[in-house]
Write a protein that binds this ligand. Structure first.
Ligand code: HEC
Length: 111
């Protein structure tokens, strides 16, 4: 090992020792709290699709998460709803996937 490497090793050991003997209050955590914004917005309309979207999409995130996406076609909405169900484990009954995809296509479909 050359002298330069030994010096680097020594410097690392000194830094490590300094961290270990640092005063305890440097690591003291303090309690804090935040208030998350609450969304009262719901999917528009009272069709079966709107009801299903309001029932199965808002338990994890807001309407905005959906409405701020680009306008997608029915196929892409089907993939999206299936992803929520299969990947993120949203408890969406199988027969509601197409109902919700149709609804999202009607309000956020490709023009
Ligand atoms: C079990 C929780 C859960 C439910 C219920 C849920 N989602 Fe999601 N959704 C997620 C998660 C997690 C993400 C990813 C968030 C991130 O990446 O920040 C997401 C993201 C999205 C996105 C953003 C694009 C993307 O693919 O990441 C859209 C659009 C979306 N969800 C639509 C829906 C729709 C429509 C429904 C109802 C059919 C729904 N979600 C229900 C968990 C859920």
């Amino acid at each position: 090992m050359n002298a330069r490497l030994q010096l680097v090793g020594l410097a690392s050991a000194i830094v490590a020792a300094a961290v270990l003997v640092a005063p305890a209050q440097a690591l003291t955590l303090k309690k804090d709290s935040i208030t998350l914004p609450e969304s009262t917005r719901v999917f528009p309309g009272d069709s079966a699709g709107a009801k299903a979207a309001n029932t199965y999409c808002l338990m994890c995130h807001s309407v905005g998460m959906v409405m701020n996406q680009p306008d997608l076609g029915k196929a892409a909405w089907t993939v999206e709803v299936s992803k929520m169900k299969n990947v993120f484990k949203a408890p969406i009954p199988e027969d509601q996937v197409a109902v919700i995809a149709d609804y999202l296509d009607s309000i956020k479909g490709k023009k």
